[in-house]
Ligand binder design. Structure first.
Ligand code: AMP
Ligand code: ZN
Length: 138
């Protein structure tokens, strides 16, 4: 996708309005337009990175530092019972906006948010083979 067609680039440039919580030279923190729960926010780098494979590790590190601060502010403001931090990459993973962003989703007793998967068992030998393949790729 071209940057000109990117909705988050348009939010960063101010062409599309957003409910901004915080911004600095690198990041903008906005309210999600269709929140999963009360206080669902997005942290968006101002540079256009498509996904986790595209963003540089230094920027990603600073983004997570900011996420830590914002999560604590959400907890203080909303007194939520928990917090999910989610970052989708690729259509299959649920990414709909192809400009890197991190979701902070406050959780409340009895809310309707689901972030749960089916658990699978794995043979020890298969686990070991997989572990080696991933280690080799690091
Ligand atoms: P993802 O599915 O991880 O790509 O998340 C995209 C998120 O962006 C969704 O939670 C949308 O509700 C949110 N979103 C889309 N457009 C806007 C917008 N104009 N302002 C704020 N949030 C938006
Ligand atoms: Zn963009």
């Amino acid at each position: 996708m071209k940057k000109e067609d990117c909705i988050f680039c348009k939010i960063i440039s101010g062409d599309i309005p957003s409910n901004t919580i915080y911004e600095n030279s690198e990041f903008k923190v906005i309210m999600d337009i269709a929140p999963a729960s009360k206080g669902h926010v997005l942290i968006i780098p101002k540079e256009h990175y498509a996904n986790i494979y595209d963003i540089d590790v230094e920027t990603a590190g600073r983004l997570f530092q900011l996420a830590t601060v914002v999560a604590r502010a959400l907890k203080k403001a909303l007194n939520c019972d928990g917090m999910n931090i989610l970052q989708n990459n690729g259509l299959i993973a649920g990414q709909t906006v192809f400009h890197f962003h991190m979701h902070l989703i406050p959780r409340y007793e009895g809310d309707t948010v689901t972030v749960k998967w089916e658990e699978h068992s794995m043979e020890a030998a298969d686990m070991e083979q997989l572990r080696k393949e991933i280690c080799d790729a690091l």
